[in-house]
Write a protein that binds this ligand. Structure first.
Ligand code: SF4
Length: 512
């Protein structure tokens, strides 16, 4: 706002850049991912990336850089020998492979023209004019894209199952933008930073499965996502890219936004569709599956933001291109939010199969203050802990499962040697217990009993037999809970008990 004010206060200023006289102004982008170095400011077309910009710096930036093309040395990440690093020279960015985050932080998140100028909507045009719906599904299937919301179910297979319901007229496409994991902000960053990519991906999905309506279910705490998506939908409708007769054809697709109300369980598919229908967001017994009877009991494609954001690239560049990135079983990239005891917290996108060591040390800059790595919580509150012995394991959907963890939507909370793992397990259990919808007994009662025991142990009032009870309860909840929230709620306890049992014992025995 300060920069905007400065630009406005100097009307008639024209500065020549390489023979052009550009418009001088301020553009609000989405998240660039480097939280630790914010507030950030890019100066284009000079490719200057200023970091940790303060209000007092604005006047100097305007006078020296905007008007005279001079660098403000102290605001660069690190000055090189004879040059200043561009945004892509910062190791945090340079070591990533960005597909879904490609435009985030680079473009005006409210300009459809900018999205189109960068190749946006070419994929939709290709799908509609050069491919049949079946071709699109085949390409997505061939790419091996798996749902990025956590389950890793093959996206092409899901679309095929919905498209197969040719006897039902109404089909729906629903996007899960509920992202409720503490510390996770990947999907929010795509919705805020590049809403057009998500909308294009959903529109391609609608074309493929013959859906007429689409819904984006946005987390209650993401007002900017709602604002930018609303704006992007209106612009797309105006340009004939959404709504009736898309690109002059008889393909019609209308999009709607639903705001969540802050319930973590609404990230579960059947609870999410119930919430859109206006009912209480509670999971139901499956089958019927969402692909057969989802929203309003009609065949429904339900994917998360990141999954849809991958679709335009796959349609445009092809399944073979997508398969050159990532691993055989999990092609493509994965976005992660890295938080906790790490030097560079932020948002990253890396090929599937990237090791924790690369993420934490090469991109994340290592443990805060040079500390020692102890563990990372992966997959949100109901994920699991990976430890030093897993630092060199390539992470993908299948590899993490072997260690009693899940990929989840991609939240990584890094912990150093000073972290008490029993406290970590208690913290995550208190979260899932609070968010349990209460519909089924194993989750409603089981998580409560587990939390009571964990609190007792943390308070120094536990007994050694509690550990066996915890294990029994964890197995019971994991096997008998109705939905994914309950089934995965005990994972932090299971994985910490397995690797850090000594810490549980110390809590108990030290207070004897
Ligand atoms: Fe509700 Fe938990 Fe049962 Fe899921 S597992 S339906 S959240 S009580």
């Amino acid at each position: 706002e300060k920069m905007q004010e400065l630009c406005k206060d100097m009307p008639g200023v024209s500065v020549e850049f390489d023979g052009h006289v550009p418009h001088i102004g301020v553009v609000k982008t989405g998240c660039q991912g480097i939280c630790e170095l914010g507030p950030l400011m890019r100066i284009e077309p000079l490719h200057y990336q200023y970091v940790k910009v303060q209000m007092d710096d604005c006047e100097e930036i305007f006078k020296r850089t905007v008007l005279n093309k001079e660098p403000v040395e102290r605001l660069f990440y690190k000055k090189g020998e004879d040059s200043f690093p561009t945004p892509d020279d910062i190791p945090f960015i340079a070591k990533q492979t960005r597909i879904t985050l490609e435009n985030c932080g680079r473009f005006d998140a409210e300009s459809l023209d900018e999205y189109i100028a960068s190749g946006g909507y070419n994929a939709l045009s290709k799908a509609i004019f050069d491919m049949s719906p079946r071709d699109v599904i085949e390409e997505v299937d061939k790419s091996g894209l798996r749902g990025r919301g956590g389950g890793g179910f093959p996206t092409g297979k899901k679309w095929k199952q919905v498209a197969a319901h040719t006897d039902v007229k109404e089909h729906y496409v629903v996007c899960n933008g509920d992202e409720g994991d503490p510390g996770a902000f990947m999907d929010g960053s795509v919705m805020e930073g590049d809403p057009y990519r998500l909308i294009e991906g959903m529109t391609i999905a609608a074309y493929a499965v013959n859906a007429q309506d689409g819904y984006i279910y946005v987390r209650a705490e993401y007002p900017l996502s709602v604002e930018r998506l609303t704006h992007a939908i209106a612009q797309a409708e105006e340009k004939g890219l959404l709504g009736d007769n898309i690109l002059g054809t008889d393909f019609c697709f209308h999009m709607h936004i639903n705001r969540g109300a802050g319930a973590f369980v609404c990230g579960e598919g059947s609870a999410l569709t119930a919430s859109i229908e206006g009912d209480r967001g509670m999971p139901r017994v499956k089958p019927p599956r969402t692909v057969d009877q989802g929203l309003w009991a009609k065949p429904t494609v339900l994917n998360n933001v990141e999954t849809f954001a991958n679709v335009p690239g796959i349609v445009m560049k092809g399944a073979d291109w997508f398969r050159t990135i990532g691993t055989e079983g999990s092609p493509g990239t994965k976005t992660f939010s890295i938080t906790g005891s790490i030097e560079n917290t932020g948002l990253i996108e890396v090929p599937m199969g990237t090791t924790l060591r690369e993420m934490i040390y090469d991109i994340g800059g290592g443990i805060k203050g040079g500390g020692e790595f102890k563990a990372v919580q992966i997959g949100g509150p109901s994920g699991g802990c990976l430890t030093a012995e897993h630092l060199d394991v390539g992470l993908d959907f299948d590899s993490v499962k072997k260690y009693d963890a899940i990929m989840g939507s991609g939240g990584l909370v890094v912990m150093d040697e000073n972290t008490c793992m029993v406290e970590v397990a208690r913290f995550f259990m208190s979260f899932t217990q609070r968010e349990s919808c209460g519909k089924c007994v194993p989750c409603r009662e089981g998580t409560k009993r587990m939390l009571e025991i964990l609190e007792r142990i943390v308070d120094g009032k536990g007994v050694i037999e509690d550990l066996d009870t915890l294990e029994e309860l964890a197995a019971m909840v994991k096997n008998m809970a109705l939905c994914g929230l309950g089934k995965s709620a005990p994972l932090p306890v299971i994985s910490t008990l397995k690797t850090f049992r000594n810490e549980y014992e110390e809590h108990i025995l030290d207070h004897k």
